[in-house]
Design a protein around this ligand. Structure first.
Ligand code: S5P
Length: 273
C-alpha cells in the first residue's frame, strides 16, 4: 500500500504533477494540514491565509461565503499562496449535470478554475459529471493544464450520511477510470479495500483528504462528526482538513501548529520513521 510510503517517494512516482507539487509542499513544510477557511469576507480570509500560511499545505475555501468576493480576493489569495507555498482547494462539491458543472467550474462569477488548484465533485449524478470536468480541464482553451486536479467526494462526515456502501464503492470505481485529473477522494479513511475486485494499476496512488478533523470536539449541533488528526492519519488520510478547530480558536496560529504537529507525528509513525 502506498500509504506507508513517504510523501517524497510518492511524489517521485505520481502521474499528476499537481500531486507531486502537493507532496513536495508537505515534505518541505512538514505539514499535512489543509485548513478549511470558512470565512465571510476578503479581509478575514487573507489575514488568515497570511497568518497560518507557513503551517499548512492546502488552503480550502468555500468562496461563495465571501460576501465581497472579487479581483482583490483572487489577487490577494494568489500572492499569499506564492509567499507561503500552499495550494488552493475550492470545496465547491459540484453535483449537477455535466453541462452545468463545466460552467460552474470554468468562468462564471467565481472563476474557480483560474485560482483553485483542487476542486471536488459528488458522483450523485453519475460518471458524466467527472467526464465533463475532465473534458474542461483537458480542453484546448484551458490554460491551467497539469496545475489542476479533482477529488471525488466518496464519503461525508455528517450523521446519517447517505454516501456509504454502494455509493462509496461506485465513487472509487469511477475514480479508477479517471486517474490523472482525478487525484483521489474526500473520505474519512483509506478507500483502498473498497474495490478489491478491480485490480489497482501499478501507479495507482489516490490521495485522501479527510474533513471533520478537530482536536477537542466530537461534533457540532448540526450533525458534524469529528475525529482527531491522529485518528484520521492512522486510518489512511493523507491530508487533514480542519476548519473551526483552527480558525475559530482563540489563537489560530497556535492552534494550527498543534494540528501540524499531531498530523505530522502520526504520518511519521505510519511510514515507520
Ligand atoms: O464530509 C465532509 C466533507 C467536507 S469537504 N465533511 C465536511 O465537513 N466537509 C467540509 O469540511 C465542510 O464543508 C467544512 O468546510 C469543513 C469542516 O469544517 P469544520 O469547521 O467542521 O472543521
Amino acid at each position: 500500500s502506498k500509504s506507508t510510503l513517504s510523501y517524497a517517494s510518492r511524489a517521485k512516482t505520481h502521474r499528476s504533477s499537481l500531486v507531486k507539487k502537493l507532496f513536495d509542499i508537505a515534505e518541505v513544510k512538514k505539514t499535512n494540514v489543509a485548513v478549511s477557511a470558512d470565512l465571510r469576507n476578503t479581509k478575514d480570509l487573507l489575514a488568515l491565509a497570511d497568518a497560518i500560511g507557513p503551517y499548512i499545505a492546502v488552503f480550502k475555501t468555500h468562496i461563495d461565503l465571501v460576501s465581497d468576493f472579487g479581483e482583490a480576493t483572487v489577487a490577494g489569495l494568489k500572492s499569499l499562496s506564492v509567499k507561503h507555498n500552499f495550494l488552493f482547494f475550492e470545496d465547491r462539491k459540484f453535483v449537477d449535470i455535466g453541462n452545468t458543472v463545466q460552467q460552474q467550474y470554468h468562468g462564471g462569477a467565481l472563476r474557480i478554475s483560474e485560482w483553485a488548484h483542487i476542486v471536488n465533485a459528488s458522483v450523485l449524478a453519475g460518471e458524466g459529471i467527472i467526464e465533463a470536468l475532465v473534458q474542461t480541464a483537458q480542453g484546448s482553451d484551458f490554460q491551467y493544464k497539469d496545475e489542476r486536479a479533482l477529488l471525488i467526494l466518496a464519503e461525508m462526515t455528517t450523521k446519517g450520511s447517505l454516501a456509504t456502501g454502494a455509493y462509496t464503492s461506485s465513487a472509487v470505481e469511477i475514480a479508477k477510470r479517471h486517474q490523472g485529473f482525478v487525484i483521489g477522494f474526500v473520505a474519512t479513511r483509506s478507500l483502498e479495500s473498497v474495490r478489491t475486485d478491480i485490480p489497482a494499476t501499478e501507479d495507482e496512488d489516490f490521495v485522501i483528504f479527510t474533513a471533520g478533523v478537530n482536536r477537542s470536539s466530537k461534533g457540532d449541533k448540526l450533525g458534524q462528526q469529528y475525529q482527531t488528526p491522529k485518528s484520521a492519519i492512522e486510518r489512511g488520510s493523507d491530508f487533514i482538513i480542519a476548519g473551526r478547530g483552527i480558525y475559530a480558536s482563540e489563537d489560530p496560529v497556535a492552534s494550527v501548529k498543534l494540528y501540524q504537529e499531531e498530523g505530522w507525528q502520526a504520518y511519521l509513525a505510519r511510514i515507520g520513521s
